[in-house]
Design a protein around this ligand. Sequence first.
Ligand code: FES
Ligand SMILES: [Fe+2]
Length: 328
Amino acid sequence: MIRNQWYVVLESRKIKRKPVGLVRFNEKLVFWRDEDNKVHCIHDICCHRGASLSKGCVHKDMIACPFHGFEYDATGQVKEIPALGKNYEVPKDFRVKAYPVREAYDLIWMWYGEMGSETDELHFFDDLKSDYFYSGFSEVWPVHYTRAIENQLDVVHLPFVHKTTIGKGMGKVVNGPVVKWSENRMTFYVNNVEDHGQAALKASEIKNYESLFQLQFQMPNTWQNIISDRVRIFAAFVPIDDHHTEIIIRMYQQYIKVPILGKFLGYISNYFNKIILHQDRDVVMTQIPDRTDLKMHEKLIPGDLPIIEYRKKRNALLNLDVKTNHET
Ligand code: FES
Ligand SMILES: [Fe+2]
């Protein structure tokens, strides 16, 4: 897992008044909103005798364990032990791990790194920041996050996996694709055509690639499909554990802004996106090995370039992390 990155980990609407216990990054976590509506996240295993804090309740900006009432602040420090009286000074090592959390664009973002090391900027897609209306849903796939992500970078599969939906009648020959990076954001340009016996074009042979169909992946875990100037499909791939990934899907659109009509359009779009997503899921669940790496025994083809590029970037960020932690 790449550390020191802001990850989308949850939809905002999933955290209301009660604390929520979830597994993310193989860790048991509790999320809660304080009285000022600010979201916090700490480990969901009480340092006293191991009960789940997510079964407890919120007191002002703290969360109280349901077992013996230890109260934790947002940094994971126990501030009160009721059995020892409210004036008892709690030792500093009565604490659990905490993560920085932000809420933006109706999403909860978690800094998978140390408290205080977080950067200011959340790398959300600029063009979705305003003036779009969205509808969406989330679901859990029983796959490693690398397989879920790479499925959305795969430009070769559409006429096969989606032959009854979005890939119907689509050409099977994959020209390119052309891949461009801007920092940790990859844009890939797709040009699938009919097979008339011609060779697939190399990426370097494609002129005017910017006029082609475009998709983007932002490290570490968000993606968008630029359907048109006014319609986008957004996805976030949330690592749960080694065998599960939550996928958050949204359709953003600028056509219909009347709430009731927008809701109806959202309903239809969710229905079709679920069909398409399940076509993907049924194949991705069968992939062996269950996770990917830069060096592995797959026979990749030029059409797999976005996947290869993702693996390279992921590896570079993982190595950077190892090096940084080694040096400090
Ligand atoms: S187990 Fe949490 S206060 Fe005792
Ligand atoms: Fe697909």
